[in-house]
Design a protein around this ligand. Structure first.
Ligand code: PRE
Length: 359
């Protein structure tokens, strides 16, 4: 190598070290700014501030890098700062694994557990329609050793003309079934004023996808002392989902179960797109148990089983799916609920699969 090349490279290496030292100093300042912003409750990303700094830098750019290159380089630096600030902020979230490294385990009086490397299943009809309908499914579940049943009494439907659920009457039906078969009952609450009334009937309050950012509902859920099953919103990012859980936790209720239930994408082959990667991301980022609803994510009985197995394989603490004694006459989601025969083979296979992953 010529002496000239060698000495130019040496000078560049010295500059690398200087840039690195300056980046370290800049990063530390960005962290402090982030801390101030957190105290003030202001947004991490400040596009106006970034624009002003970029304009200033371009005004002073004397080459040899062109303005666009300078812009790109500094945008990367700003992005690194916002990433740093966000990751620091996470340390202050109640639901964050950075704050609490050990898993949250949700426990129930009948010995059931959600979390703790157990695979838990929540099955049941989409809507509560009659005592007989719920009892038929509850008996089937209890005979299989299952510990939970789900069923909707308050149904937030896309069309106001679709079946809206039996309301409190539906909760009473679920409770009767619970008393007969010893299952924990999961049902959705849509109105903040209903938690008190529903408390005597339910073991888990579900907050559905359409209400994931109903902040008043989340706050009321946080004031109860029952486990909350929080479903991911149809178009919610993982970050928004985590903040929704934070709303509940921040009001004092730390018994939260997250549920990935598919998100809206351009894909039409399934009802929603099951975001399987959300499971390990949520498990890494939070200490909460994570379940996967294979009925609402896929909307297709023919692929529910492989998707359920995939959910367990990527670390989900359990799976939810809909079962109805006679789906053809169901008052909601008739096409996607399993009948008891279909459920029999689904259940046998998923219980086998669960054994592979339970520690
Ligand atoms: O000045 C701020 O508000 C910062 O948070 C620092 C900083 C930066 O790195 O310069 C980071 C993120 C913002 O979008 C803008 C600027």
């Amino acid at each position: 190598m010529s002496n000239e090349l060698e000495s130019l490279r040496e000078r560049i290496e010295v500059i690398n070290d200087e840039i690195l030292a300056l980046l370290q100093e800049r990063g530390s300042l960005a962290k402090k700014i982030g801390e101030e912003k957190r105290k003030q409750g202001t947004q991490v990303y400040d596009p106006q501030r970034e624009k002003e700094m970029l304009n200033h830098l371009i005004d002073n750019n004397k080459g040899p890098y062109n303005d666009n290159t300078i812009k790109q380089l500094f945008k990367e630096i700003f992005k690194a700062s916002t990433d740093l600030q966000k990751s620091e902020n996470e340390k202050h979230l109640y639901v964050s694994r950075k704050l609490k490294p050990e898993d949250t385990i949700v426990q129930f009086d009948n010995g059931a557990i959600i979390g703790n490397n157990k695979k838990t299943f929540v099955f049941g009809p989409c809507s509560v329609e009659s005592q007989e309908q719920v009892d038929t499914v509850a008996k089937d579940l209890a005979d299989r050793g299952e510990k939970f049943i789900r069923g909707g009494a308050f149904k937030p439907r896309t069309s106001p003309y679709d079946f809206q659920g039996l309301g409190e009457e539906g909760l009473k039906i679920l409770k009767n079934s619970k008393d007969k078969y010893g299952l924990n009952v999961v049902s959705e609450i849509v109105n903040p004023a209903h938690f008190e009334m529903a408390d005597e009937y339910l073991d888990v309050f579900q907050i559905g996808a359409r209400n994931m950012q109903n902040f008043e509902l989340l706050k009321e859920a946080g004031k109860t002392n029952k486990p909350i099953l929080l479903k991911r919103g149809l178009s919610a990012t993982i970050e928004e989902f985590i903040y929704a859980a934070e709303y509940i936790h921040s009001k004092g209720n730390n018994n939260i179960i997250l549920c990935e239930r598919g998100i809206r994408t351009y894909e039409t082959a399934t009802r929603n797109t099951l975001d399987i990667s959300a499971v390990p991301i949520l498990k890494q980022g939070t200490h909460l148990p994570v379940m996967v609803d294979v009925t609402h994510s896929t909307g297709r009985k023919d692929i529910m089983l492989p998707c359920a197995k995939a959910a367990l394989a990527v670390g989900a603490d359990g799976v939810m799916a809909e079962v109805h004694p006679d789906p053809s006459v169901a008052l909601s989601d008739a096409g996607q609920q399993m009948d008891l025969n279909e459920f029999d083979s689904f259940h046998k296979e998923i219980v086998q699969a669960a054994k592979l992953y339970e520690k």
